[in-house]
Design a protein around this ligand. Structure first.
Ligand code: HEC
Length: 136
């Protein structure tokens, strides 16, 4: 009897806890990426989709990946495979990651083809590489 009451109390607390934060309130604050782990899917991919996918892997209406260049950025496996010239990301080593160098130098997107990637987005990608460039 005591035991059942205890379980009911815990279950009640869990429900109350969930109700207190509707939807988990998962707002992403890009200005403070150092606070938690960077996710490929939630943090890095949206940057590539917004700024790079037009040339590095957009999808057609069938969902097939079509691209102008050999490097596809909107699919984790393809991103880590790199381009026809080799890898563009070295997991754990931002200084040895060609992709990071290109966006830091302002070489990608190409001149006249889009704004330079802002510092805070570069920081997100740098941190993701530092954390091992995981498929997370
Ligand atoms: C207007 C089209 C265009 C956009 C937008 C663009 N790129 Fe590129 N990118 C190219 C072309 C063209 C090349 C060189 C040819 C190739 O790789 O086949 C290239 C090459 C690269 C390379 C070198 C790959 C290699 O080994 O050849 C990297 C890394 C890269 N882009 C990253 C990016 C990132 C990151 C973005 C978004 C922030 C971006 N690019 C946006 C067209 C674009």
């Amino acid at each position: 009897m005591l035991c059942a009451v205890g379980v009911a109390a815990v279950a009640g607390a869990l429900v109350a806890g969930q109700a207190a934060s509707p939807g988990g309130a998962a707002t992403h604050d890009l200005s403070a990426p150092a606070a938690d782990t960077v996710s490929y899917k939630e943090d890095v991919l949206p940057i590539f989709q917004a700024r790079c996918a037009r040339c590095h892997g957009a999808e057609d209406e069938e969902g097939e990946v079509v691209a102008e260049v050999s490097l596809i950025l909107i699919n984790y496996e393809r991103l880590m495979m790199g381009s026809e010239f080799g890898p563009v990301i070295t997991a754990g080593d931002p200084a040895d990651s060609w992709l990071l160098e290109m966006i830091t130098e302002g070489d990608m997107p190409p001149e006249g083809e889009g704004d330079k990637v802002p510092e805070e987005e570069i920081a997100v990608i740098r941190q993701w590489i530092e954390e091992g460039a995981k498929n997370n």
